[in-house]
Design a protein around this ligand. Structure first.
Ligand code: MG
Ligand code: ZN
Length: 221
């Protein structure tokens, strides 16, 4: 029992050291990295594509896309005109620091202000594996239900912001916004929270304003 716990701790410790090296590389090239996490179907790629579209004239953006097997999402990122690198995790359900350290040299970080990382769609373990990002964002969505903070507390504790996507679908689902927010607030008090719709664009102005403040403050520091 004790032994298996220490093995897990060692794996996470090794991961954290590499995550720290990733962060140093990003900082030495002044590149602000945002890690987007979500369950499958939350609309992660749609949110990311809309974010890139809105910010690509303001910042030099690059992308890393983690996927279990396909390159579809990296291709969609690249179609926006930004340099994008695919990490094929070979079945692993999260990105880890080693995978990201292998992808970083494939981007010219000196010529980027911002790096957008799309993690593998999964609410269980991506939050346990730090990758060196400056900002970790969780994308939840209305159809997933208002009980998700209560079911996946670790994920909600480990992020700097929550986007609640697909708010255009609120009329069709029995989603209690107060219950959801109460769950988020209990786990992560004061967390930045933005209800959005990647389909209609609703809520994006507020979210993008906040995101630009984070990036500007980093780049200006
Ligand atoms: Mg840079
Ligand atoms: Zn995993």
């Amino acid at each position: 029992m004790t032994k298996s716990v220490s093995v897990v701790e060692n794996i996470l410790g090794a991961n954290d050291r590499i995550a720290e090296a990733n962060r140093q590389l990003l900082d030495s090239t002044k590149t602000y990295a945002v890690n987007f996490m979500a369950s499958p179907g939350a609309g992660k790629t749609s949110v990311i594509l809309r974010t890139i579209d809105a910010l690509k004239d303001r910042y030099r953006i690059g992308g890393i896309d983690g996927d279990i097997a396909t390159t579809i999402d990296a291709d969609r990122m690249a179609a926006t005109g930004i340099p994008a690198v695919q990490i094929n995790t070979g079945g692993t359900c999260h990105l880890d620091a080693v995978m990201v350290s292998g992808a970083l040299p494939k981007l010219n970080l000196d010529e980027l202000d911002m790096l957008i990382i799309e993690n593998v769609g999964n609410l269980i373990c991506p939050a346990s594996f730090r990758i060196g990002s400056h900002l970790d964002v969780l994308i939840a969505s209305v159809p997933e239900g208002d009980d998700k903070p209560y079911k996946y507390p670790k994920m909600y504790r480990g992020v700097s912001a929550v986007l609640l996507n697909k708010i255009d679908m609120l009329p069709y689902f029995d989603f209690d916004m107060d219950y959801f927010r109460k769950g988020v607030e209990a786990l992560n008090p004061g967390l930045a929270f933005f209800p959005v719709s990647a389909r209609t664009g609703e809520g994006f102005d507020e979210y993008l304003q906040w995101l630009m403040e984070q990036v500007d403050s980093y780049l200006g520091s």
